[in-house]
Design a protein around this ligand. Structure first.
Ligand SMILES: NC(=O)c1ccc[n+]([C@@H]2O[C@H](COP(=O)([O-])OP(=O)(O)OC[C@H]3O[C@@H](n4cnc5c(N)ncnc54)[C@H](OP(=O)(O)O)[C@@H]3O)[C@@H](O)[C@H]2O)c1
Length: 231
């Protein structure tokens, strides 16, 4: 019986690799993106008309989330994966100089949106069998493991960890598990060409680890291989 996964930011990078791998193994994917019709995702949709449902979704927009929620009303989703993310500017995110406008924009995508999307699609998750909501955070959000720069990005990932743990506490009684992941340092537009692993390696590890996770792992922060990361 195929599972249904919903993935945000499914049009490129790790989100696209997750979509490709899930389709390859026969699962169904609700592929959410600001533009789900063009590029590689558009081609995948044409090649997998039954298994891939493209859906337009700007995760920072209440109206866009409401429209996607209406379009997917009644559809069971086994795993919701908050993947869409922003790094912010390469400069002006140090302890001594922060671009506050960019900081707000990154918080919209990396912090508020995963909660907005999780709340909106909770009924779909409760209608499914998997009952898992995973969010792609980052090791850079670990306060314990990371002294360093990148104030905007690190603070956004530390904040989404806390936000999703609070969300996880709220849905524990509904038997929905909430998982936080570092996907590895991945060769994407964000990670750059010199990163450690390919998007396919990251996606394969994330899917394996999510498959093997349930309520016992709820509110954990781990890497794509399942190795725990310090908060
Ligand atoms: N790559 C790494 O090494 C690495 C390491 C740690 C954590 N991560 C995390 O992994 C996740 C995926 O990163 P990636 O490397 O695949 O990044 P990426 O290649 O830069 O892709 C980012 C994705 O997020 C989407 N997105 C951004 N803003 C959005 C919005 N408002 N609404 C909907 N989608 C939006 C983008 O869509 P558009 O095409 O429309 O812009 C794109 O699909 C992110 O959460 C990132 O922080 C990545």
């Amino acid at each position: 019986m195929p599972q249904t996964w919903m993935i945000t930011g499914a049009n490129r990078g790790i989100g696209l690799a997750l979509t490709i791998e899930l389709l390859r193994r026969g699962d169904h994917v609700v592929a959410a993106a600001r533009n789900p019709w063009g590029g590689a995702l558009g081609e995948l949709a044409a090649a997998h008309p039954g298994a891939l449902t493209p859906i337009e979704l700007d995760v920072t927009s209440d109206a866009s989330v409401a429209a996607a929620k209406e379009a997917l009303a009644g559809r069971a989703i086994d795993v919701l994966l908050n993947n869409a993310g922003l790094y912010g500017p390469r400069d002006r995110q140090s302890g001594l100089d922060v671009d506050f406008e960019a900081w707000r924009e990154v918080f919209e995508v990396n912090v508020y949106a995963p909660v907005r999307v999780a709340q909106a699609f909770l009924p779909n998750i409760e209608a499914g069998q998997g009952r898992k909501i995973a969010t792609i955070s980052s090791r850079m959000g670990s306060i314990g493991a990371n002294p360093g720069n990148a104030l905007i990005y690190r603070s956004s990932k530390a904040a989404v960890n806390m936000a999703m743990v609070v969300f996880g506490n709220a849905v524990r009684a509904r038997n929905v598990s909430v998982l936080l992941f570092h996907p590895g340092w991945v060769q994407t537009d964000m990670g750059g060409g010199g990163a450690d692993i390919t998007p396919a390696e990251s996606a394969g590890g994330l899917i394996r680890t999510i498959d093997g996770s349930g309520m016992a792992e709820s509110n954990s922060f781990r890497d794509y291989t399942g190795e725990p990361i310090a908060w």
